[in-house]
Ligand binder design. Structure first.
Ligand code: HEC
Length: 202
């Protein structure tokens, strides 16, 4: 312990210098709201920009709507370069097909064959795609792209349109294909238990 005071000193000096940096407050890239100074309370508007998760049951889905046909045009322009013209995969994941293959020796895991919830498709596209410009899509565009990918998978008809009410009702083929966590050191239904309910291995 007798070294700690000496060891801390250079660090504190560096930190102090950084805080006193005249180049000004830290800004969040790309939120268009200007600088967010350290210690400045985050406004509801700033929080809303980060609060974009959509849960399996559809909680968090925004207003808006989009159709399979709108999604088809968008997919060609924004997604096909990496995922293939029909979602068959290119440099990035295949998004279509594989239904019925999961229990075989060569399972093909796609949004259509493997994912349990259609709402997760919306959540994923909204936060992460297109890979080269994440979070650049509007809610309408994200509904349309979700609808188109579900259509390519044979889950929605060509004339379908999705919104916050209809998307959670779309049932994916592998919805019931997941099993409970069977690790002996984790209690059953750990995902619903508070963190304190998880026991350490003995
Ligand atoms: C520049 C290339 C690129 C573009 C453009 C792109 N993606 Fe992706 N996409 C990826 C990569 C890479 C991954 C895998 C990311 C990872 O695993 O972290 C991915 C993963 C995905 C997945 C998850 C697939 C799975 O089974 O795990 C979905 C869904 C998806 N993209 C949808 C889209 C949509 C919709 C668009 C158009 C708006 C799009 N992507 C545009 C590269 C791209």
């Amino acid at each position: 312990m007798r070294f700690s005071g000496l060891g801390l000193l250079p660090c504190l000096m560096v930190t102090g210098a950084a805080l006193a940096d005249p180049s000004g407050p830290v800004s969040l890239p790309g939120n268009g709201l200007g600088p967010l100074a350290i210690g400045q309370p985050a406004s509801q508007r700033i929080l809303a920009l980060w609060d974009i998760d959509v849960r399996a049951d559809g909680q968090g889905l925004p207003a808006g709507h989009g159709s399979v046909r709108q999604g088809e045009a968008l997919f060609g322009a924004r997604c096909a370069a990496c995922h293939g013209a029909q979602g068959e995969g290119a440099s990035a994941d295949r998004l279509v097909g594989g239904q019925g293959s999961l229990a075989t020796g060569k399972p093909v895991r796609t949004v259509g064959s493997f994912w349990p919830h259609a709402t997760t498709l919306f959540d994923y596209i909204r936060r992460a795609m297109p890979y080269d410009a994440p979070q650049s899509l509007s809610a309408d565009e994200t509904y349309a792209l979700s609808a188109y990918i579900l259509h390519l998978n044979g889950i929605l008809p060509e004339e379908a349109e999705l919104d916050a009410a209809s998307l959670p009702k779309v049932r994916l083929p592998n919805r019931d294909g997941f099993t409970a966590n069977i690790r002996p050191d984790v209690p059953a239904h750990a995902s619903q238990a508070p963190l304190t309910g998880i026991t350490a291995p003995r």
